[in-house]
Design a protein around this ligand. Structure first.
Ligand SMILES: [Zn+2]
Length: 58
């Protein structure tokens, strides 16, 4: 999975359970954003497995 530091924008690849406590780049305890699905390798089709009606209450 790909992650992006919310503080400095540094991106790296890591397993979710092996995320570093501190950002490798800015050495801060940042929030790491999962950007896996923003990469071209993302194979998940839009809306797959999710009923589009869920969450829509008219
Ligand atoms: Zn950082």
């Amino acid at each position: 999975m790909n992650w992006k530091c919310d503080n400095c924008g540094y991106t790296f690849e890591s397993e979710p359970d092996k995320l570093p406590e501190k950002c490798p780049s800015c050495q801060q305890k940042c929030t790491f954003l999962n950007i896996t699905c923003y990469t071209p390798e993302c194979q998940i089709p839009q809306g797959s497995g999710i009923d589009p009606r869920i969450g829509k209450k008219d």
